[in-house]
Design a binder for this molecule. Structure first.
Ligand SMILES: [Fe+2]
Length: 203
């Protein structure tokens, strides 16, 4: 099997990229094959569960970069046609996303610490509208190292993710069905959402 496209930052020793290479190849194949996002994540979540057992074989120091100002997104892989992307996210204590959705399916695996997800539920019926949005707070999920979660779009998966100040750093892998270079953020006070660009570090 030839190495996946844009596997920058990995050690191109066949012994050390096998787990990631296998994961990317299978993810790309299933992503192409399955038209329903729910079918994609059904297959890819167990593959992520396997992948995170082998992070020591492919995560490099650059994938653990962090920033005291905000959580950090470090690119591990992107498909040439931008149909898939995989990131290592590093969450220092007290760092959170805004309230957001992704407009994509996604699979998340935690490799260090405890990642917290706080859910929101959209009550307003027109789920495509960018205003007149009524959100209520939902439950939380605590994902320890070794845990995997996933989401699908439409209706949007709306949440906040991060680490409270009293917990140590968390690191998680995030696979998406597109380049995740923008997402929708919500303003509860005004009942609106807007698309914003989000940064990442190249490997
Ligand atoms: Fe998210």
């Amino acid at each position: 099997m030839s190495p996946p496209n844009h596997l920058a930052g990995t050690n191109h020793n066949s012994m050390t990229i096998t787990a990631l290479e296998t994961f990317i190849s299978e993810a790309a194949a299933w992503s192409r094959k399955r038209t329903e996002p729910a079918d994609c994540v059904l297959v890819l979540a167990p593959l992520m569960l396997d992948l995170i057992e082998h992070v020591d074989t492919f995560l490099q120091p650059q994938h653990y970069r962090s920033d005291t100002g905000t959580y950090t997104r470090n690119l591990i892989y992107k498909a040439l046609d931008e149909s898939l992307s995989l990131y290592a996210l590093v969450w220092l204590p007290g760092q959170w996303t805004p309230i957001h959705d992704h407009g994509s399916w996604g699979v998340v695996g935690v490799v260090e610490g405890v990642l917290e997800e706080r859910s929101y539920v959209r009550l307003s019926p027109d789920r495509g509208a960018d205003n007149g949005i009524e959100l209520v707070r939902g439950g939380i999920v605590l994902l320890r190292s070794g845990a995997v979660t996933s989401f699908v779009p439409n209706p949007d998966h709306i949440h906040v993710t991060g680490v409270p100040p009293e917990r140590p750093r968390a690191v998680s892998l995030h696979l998406y069905g597109r380049m995740m270079s923008s997402f929708n953020i919500y303003d509860i006070g005004t009942g609106t959402r807007r698309r914003v660009d989000i940064a990442h570090n190249e490997s």
